[in-house]
Ligand binder design. Sequence first.
Ligand SMILES: [Zn+2]
Length: 280
Amino acid sequence: MIDRQISDRLEMLYQLMANKQFLVLTGAGISTPSGIPDYRDNEGVRRGKAPMMYQEFLSAPAARRRYWARAMLGWPRIRQARPNAAHDALATLQTKQLIAGLITQNVDTLHDQAGSHEVIELHGSLHRVVCLDCDQRADRQAIQLVMEAENPYLSGVDATQAPDGDTLLDPAFEARFKIPRCPSCSGERLKPDVVFFGENVAQATAAKAARCVEQAEGLLVVGSSLMAYSAFRLCRAMAEQHKPLIAINFGKTRADDFLDLKIEASCEQLLPVLVERLRD
Ligand SMILES: [Zn+2]
């Protein structure tokens, strides 16, 4: 249920967004109702084990073996995830030309699945794999089938799901894992086509996102604590351009000081209501 305080804020949200082309920036919070775990609690503090850093992934075959063994077990959950009412609402807003565009920090492609188009994937997509040697991209599911065929000992192994398609797997299972090879060059340095912790957002993607901020009349943040600098920077730019900045997020965000409006409510409940109001 949407309580009184939230409904007042919803009214403010509607007033701020009506007749303006807002850009929308989404984070992990929009995908948790779809069963994809996020990294941070309401205070913006990272929970669980630290994710693998980019430098570590690059430096050692053992790190890549660990990554892929865990990712093989995490992938089915990512692949099966389906968009929820919040993704659907944003797709509707875009179809009705009520928003300027969509930027996501998520790597789950749920916006695409909901029917959004030209989504800027700030941190890439788990549905693709890139070869660090020949730069060719491949479909993640094709690589999954190869990994499963070459590592039958892992079938049926139970591992706790972690963010970004990772799992918490007993290290004893990692040593004999055969890491997948590039279908193009047979190299052993395949990487999911996502931005790792410690890695920069691709320059072209960052530039495109900055242009969208420049052109939009405001920014609506949905389900993000904005702890990643690549996302925070977009909010700061929007504030510097004196355009309204709104967040729908449970808990603290890194941009709290700049926000014109913050609503701590479920985006899955709130966004469908916003769609109804904005299209009236
Ligand atoms: Zn290759």
